[in-house]
Design a protein around this ligand. Structure first.
Ligand code: GAP
Length: 466
């Protein structure tokens, strides 16, 4: 089982690098732990996932508006939210090989729930395992493991003049979650966009966490993108709207081809003091060996706005026009990592098909709406100028509507293989029939069936099928 898990992850990491989806950041300098760059196809796939989320969360709805707030925010933001004091994970180290581990993850492997538990509890549980001789380094197996200590996940920087750049007063944080900006722009949004409760603010952007352990490719990284939506409401509506959003988010996964057997709800039993409900959507990753969190849906009460009102001295109340009731809105949020969704869709799409006679093909069976390239156009032969010119013409026509690719390298079989590996749903070949009869050959990624379609009807054919 362990071998299988590793093989799928290795194949995914290798394919995504070879085909220009994901590169380890700063590779020529030896890399930088848990930071990745997205290449051409990775960027396109990530953009398509983001666009689908945005359409479902903002464009198709009347009650959600958008925001793009800055990464740097006033440092008091993170004091008010509690991050400066307590956004940390329990860290243990191996004295032998110096490997760093998250103590809660080590305990989880023994079925001990340690998420957000006090450090005293974690150390007591670690001691029990130590006494039983079960506490070992995940890297080298040594039993010489330190006590757990709190490790802050906040990434610090400095702003201001160079002379006082290192002074504590100039400390700013790279936001650890995007929702902080949403809370601070709640009032401006309310005053400028005609929204009334209940309403949501959605944004997509970078977040930064100094993760202790990050060995799971783009699943857990130190710089990542979050897609978050904060829904502001009267507390009496919380249960109804919480269920509405749980359902909306669940449906999004199903619509994008994730099987319902492959996702499940995880209910958090241990909640932050201000929260009333917290559920995660977990996906059954083949590459990570089982169900892991992809998205969180949290009922956060009035904690966020109350804290920011208290620390800023600004009134963040909402006055109901009809009832004249004045109150601090409660918030429920949906929060998902774009990189995590990226890995989920690749994990689901990655297929090695047996073609018989010892031959296989690797194909990314991505939902068509997410595929980085929608159509690839080939001239049958590279050395026939009239075929190349016609292929260029068809390519130029289609690229106005779709992300397309022109390829005249190698033979058609090789081109198909490359397009399969990047998940292109349709390949269009321009051959001598195109010149004589005005037809092209359209090859389907999943069935490998080839259909003859006239050039005039090509756009209609693709519109119907993409
Ligand atoms: N505002 C709430 C919040 O940030 P979270 O559970 O810490 O909640 C929400 O994070 C989501 O963000 C996670 O479900 C995950 O998809 C993503 N995420 C969190 N940390 C991440 C990391 N280090 N790398 C990639 N994605 C991450």
């Amino acid at each position: 089982m362990a071998d299988k898990k590793e093989t799928i992850m290795e194949d995914l990491v290798s394919l995504t690098k070879r085909r220009g989806f994901v590169f380890p950041s700063s590779e020529i300098y030896g890399g930088l732990g848990a930071i990745y760059d997205y290449g051409h196809y990775g960027t396109l796939l990530k953009n398509n996932i983001r666009d689908s989320w945005w359409k479902h969360m903002v464009q198709y709805r009347d009650d959600v508006v958008g925001l793009d707030s800055a990464i740097f925010m006033h440092p008091t933001t993170w004091v008010a939210s509690g991050h400066v004091d307590s956004f940390d994970d329990p860290q243990i180290d191996c004295r032998n090989c110096k490997a760093r581990m998250r103590a809660d993850h080590v305990l989880e492997a023994f079925d001990i729930v340690a998420d957000k538990m006090p450090i005293e509890f974690i150390n007591a549980e670690l001691d029990k395992l130590r006494e039983q001789g079960k506490l070992k380094c995940v890297n080298c197996g040594s039993k010489d493991i330190t006590e757990a200590k709190r490790f802050s996940l906040m990434v610090k920087s400095n702003l201001g003049s160079p002379t006082d750049a290192l002074s504590e007063e100039n400390v700013v944080y790279l936001r650890p979650e995007t929702c902080g900006g949403i809370y601070l722009e709640y009032k401006n949004t309310l005053d400028s966009t005609r929204v009334k409760l209940p309403f949501g603010i959605a944004q997509v952007g970078k977040a930064f966490r100094n993760e202790i352990v990050a060995r799971q490719f783009v699943f857990r990284t130190r710089e990542f993108e979050q897609m978050e939506m904060q829904y502001f409401l009267h507390p009496s509506m919380m249960d109804e709207k919480y269920d509405m959003w749980r359902d909306a988010r669940w449906q999004w996964y199903l619509e994008l081809g994730i099987a319902k057997e492959d996702i499940r709800w995880y209910k958090h039993e241990k909640l932050a003091h201000y929260a009333s409900q917290a559920y995660d959507i977990e996906y059954n990753f083949r590459s990570l060996g089982g169900f892991k969190e992809v998205e969180g849906i949290h009922a956060r009460g009035d904690w966020d706005l109350s804290q920011h009102s208290k620390h800023s001295g600004k009134i963040l109340d909402y006055v109901d026009e009809k009832t004249k009731e004045k109150f601090i809105p409660h918030i429920m949020e949906t929060s998902v990592g774009l990189g995590r969704l990226f890995l989920m869709f690749l994990d689901k799409a990655f297929t090695v098909e047996d073609l018989g006679e010892g031959k296989t093909r690797t194909v990314l069976k991505l939902p068509k709406v997410l595929a980085p390239i929608k159509v690839a156009v080939f001239p049958l032969l590279k050395n026939k100028p009239e075929l190349v010119a016609k292929a260029r013409e068809v390519h130029d026509m289609l690229r106005k509507q779709y992300m397309c690719e022109f390829d005249d390298n190698g033979n058609v079989g090789k081109r198909y293989r490359r397009q399969d590996e990047i998940g292109t749903p349709y390949c269009v070949t321009i051959d001598f029939d195109t010149l004589e009869k005005g037809t092209v050959t359209v090859r389907d990624r999943d069935t490998m069936e080839q259909t003859s379609v006239s050039v005039e009807e090509l756009s209609v054919f693709l519109e119907k099928n993409l």
